[in-house]
Design a protein around this ligand. Structure first.
Ligand code: NAP
Length: 491
């Protein structure tokens, strides 16, 4: 009677990556511990149907197996034993992979039928299930975690436990853009729970300017001995991962944001908790331009503003990195979007991104125009800070909500509670990192941003690129009020 053994598992890696290893009929001596050495006979290709692999096991047994079918569309292969010193007879095995729909994971199904000498059925069934299939699952996981497949393919940087030299932008004392100085420093191997990332695009945020100016010294202390490195987000590829890391592998394309600065560099170690895998459709620069700003737009509109059809929304710096995303997304939700910008060129772009009423002002005078346009704002999204303080109060409608998320014009002077009482106003002072405090929250919000991009709710903003070494130029530009959309540094 034929015996049947079936095992399956989920591998935490995209299907293309798992398949790239398994479709190579001669790869098993690189990842499966029971296989000592393997070669393809007759110099055939290792994905050629009909080819025979001849291998020795660590226990000294020898096996010859033939590849019977291979389908790249179905991610499926079948093979059989032609000759073996183990008593497996008429052994035919099938490997099938399927993508897991809830993420970048792979379902792997491995099954076989075979005959055995009488009395050895159970022993051989257990041997195949445990030593071949279950051990194989674990061994392949480890192989991918170490980036063994990337090494074999030669397609990505080799993971290494060594420190890597990388460019970074360091600040030894707070001040103007000229304090952003390029230098080279060693980036150590990732520690427990960390991943080391080869960065290809770094998002520039106005928060980086506050840090450089010394407005939040507790977040980025600086000194000559221990310079501060600004930057809260970037995109790139995982070079290597530290112990205890699950969910990301060397070679994965990722983006991250996190509450501690340090992103202005070529290579960085960050907690794996901060990291999300990137969909293939989202390029590195788009990810760096969108991740923090898009998630900010998401929490502002969904969680704080409760923006819906008919909400009268006032958005300052409507042509900026956050502003354009907020305008487009709010319009899609049915809000009436009113924006302030400082130039006609910005007004044009803001309109293109869904801002219905654009107020062009350089001197933070907008309350009358807002009242005329819509009778007052239900929600104000304000990254301007102090210079717009009184006008914001005047622009709000009864029971309006002022969300103060930034201070491009200067830190907001203290607001007495009685300033809110006249119209029963409410006030929030949120920070994006409190909305992405766990990897689950981050992944959910990032997914909403990629979905919004895919369904047209938001468009990729115009992106101005600067080399990492030219970070000072990027800051000068951002502070000049001339930029439209997002700025990205390229290491
Ligand atoms: N709390 C959070 O979670 C969070 C997250 C992301 C961003 N933010 C805040 O959101 C705001 C927008 O950030 P962003 O990175 O997308 O920047 P951005 O809007 O692309 O650039 C800042 C814009 O602010 C306006 N601005 C007004 N007065 C200014 C001044 N004195 N100096 C410089 N700019 C001035 C300018 O637009 P106009 O010339 O058109 O007025 C400028 O383009 C910032 O306040 C930032 O701190 C907060």
């Amino acid at each position: 009677m034929l015996q049947r053994v079936t095992r399956s598992t989920v591998i935490d890696a995209p299907i293309e990556r798992v398949w790239a290893v398994l479709r190579d009929f001669n790869s098993h001596d690189q990842w499966h511990d029971v296989v000592e050495q393997s070669r393809i006979e007759a110099q055939e290709r290792s994905d050629q149907v009909g080819c025979v692999r001849s291998f020795t096991l660590r226990d000294g047994n020898r096996i010859r197996e033939q590849l019977l079918t291979l389908s790249d569309t179905e991610h499926k292969s079948t093979y059989c034993i032609v000759e073996a010193t183990v008593p497996l007879q008429r052994y035919v095995s099938t490997v099938t992979l399927k993508p897991v729909t809830d993420g970048n994971r792979t379902f792997w199904h491995w099954t076989s039928t075979f005959a055995t000498p009488p009395g050895m059925e159970r022993e051989l069934r257990e041997m195949v299930a445990r030593d071949v299939y279950e051990a194989g699952f674990e061994n392949l996981r480890r192989h991918l975690r170490r980036g063994g497949d990337m090494r074999a393919a030669g397609s990505a940087p080799m993971p290494t436990a060594l420190p890597l030299p990388a460019r970074r932008i360091a600040i030894e004392r707070y001040g103007g853009p000229e304090e952003l100085r390029p230098q080279t420093a060693a980036v150590p191997a990732p520690r427990d729970g960390e991943v080391r990332i080869q960065q290809r695009a770094i998002g520039v945020n106005f928060l980086d300017v506050y840090l450089r100016r010394g407005w939040i010294p507790s977040l980025m202390p600086v000194s000559r001995e221990a310079p501060g490195v600004p930057g809260m987000e970037a995109a790139g590829s995982v070079l290597d991962v530290g112990p205890q890391v699950t969910g990301v592998l060397p070679g994965d394309r990722v983006a991250y944001l996190g509450p501690l600065p340090g992103a202005y560099c070529g290579v960085r170690c960050v907690p794996a908790e901060w990291v999300v895998r990137l969909p293939a459709a989202v390029e590195d620069a788009t990810a760096a331009a969108l991740l923090l700003k898009g998630i900010t737009a998401d929490y502002l509109l969904r969680d704080l503003g409760h923006v819906q059809r008919g909400t009268r929304l006032l958005v300052h710096a409507a042509a900026g990195g956050v502003g354009l995303l907020v305008c487009a997304w709010a319009r899609r939700l049915g809000a009436t979007v009113i924006g302030t910008v400082s130039s006609e060129e910005k007004a044009r772009v803001a309109r293109e991104h869904g801002c219905e009423h654009v107020i062009v002002t350089r001197d933070y005078r907008f309350a009358d125009a807002v009242q005329r346009a819509c009778g007052g704002a239900d929600v104000v999204i304000d990254g301007l800070g102090d210079a717009a303080r009184d006008e914001n109060l005047a622009a709000l409608a009864r029971r309006g909500h002022w969300i103060s998320l930034g201070q491009a014009s200067g830190p907001l002077s203290p607001l007495p509670p009685d300033a809110l009482v006249a119209k029963s106003l409410t006030f929030s002072r949120p920070v994006v990192f409190d909305y992405t405090a766990t990897n689950e929250q981050l992944a959910q919000r990032a997914q909403r941003v990629w979905d919004a991009l895919a369904d047209g709710s938001i468009r990729p903003p115009p992106i101005e690129r600067f080399s990492l070494d030219a970070a000072a130029d990027a800051h000068t530009r951002l502070e000049s009020r001339a930029t439209i959309g997002a700025l990205v540094l390229v290491p």
